[in-house]
Write a protein that binds this ligand. Structure first.
Ligand code: 5GP
Length: 123
C-alpha cells in the first residue's frame, strides 16, 4: 500500500490541521485522540511517511525506530501513567479496523482497561 500524503495525520504533521499536542521531538508527535475511548487516549505518530506498523517496522531506519519508541515511552512518562499502567495498541490493516493510513500507536490509560480484545474471538 503506497503512502497517501493527504491522510489526516500527514496534514496534522504539516500543521494544516490542529491537534492537542502532548509531545514532540524529531522522531514523533503525540496528541490527544479526537474521540477518546479511555480517560487518557493519546496517539503517537512517527514523523516519517509510513502507512502502518507493518510498513514502519520493515522500512524505517534503526534510528527512526529507536527514536520513535523512546518517544512513546517519554509520552507515557510525561502523562504520568507509567506507575498505574497503560496499553499501547497499533491497529494494522482491515481486520484491525485501521482507519488512518499513517502509522500510529494508541496509548490508553487512566482506568482499568479491561480485556485485551473483545471476547468470543476464539471458539
Ligand atoms: P485507527 O482506527 O486508524 O487505529 O485510529 C485512528 C484514530 O484517529 C481514531 O481513534 C480517531 O478517533 C482518531 N482521529 C481521526 N481523525 C482525527 C483528527 O483529526 N484528530 C485527532 N486528534 N484524532 C483523529
Amino acid at each position: 500500500m503506497s503512502y497517501d500524503h493527504d491522510n489526516i495525520f500527514a496534514k496534522i504533521l504539516r500543521g494544516e490541521i490542529p491537534c492537542n499536542k502532548v509531545y514532540e521531538d524529531e522522531y514523533a508527535l503525540a496528541f490527544h485522540d479526537i474521540a477518546p475511548q479511555a480517560p487518557v487516549h493519546v496517539l503517537i505518530i512517527p514523523k516519517g511517511a509510513y502507512v502502518s506498523f507493518d510498513d514502519f517496522s520493515a522500512q524505517a531506519s534503526a534510528e527512526e525506530i529507536a527514536g520513535f519508541y523512546r518517544a512513546a515511552q517519554q509520552v507515557a512518562q510525561s502523562l504520568g501513567v507509567t506507575g498505574s499502567g497503560y496499553r499501547v495498541l497499533a491497529n494494522t490493516g482491515a481486520h484491525a479496523h485501521q482507519e488512518v493510513p499513517h502509522y500510529h500507536l494508541h496509548l490508553f490509560a487512566g482506568c482499568d482497561l479491561g480485556p485485551m480484545v473483545k471476547s468470543g474471538l476464539v471458539d
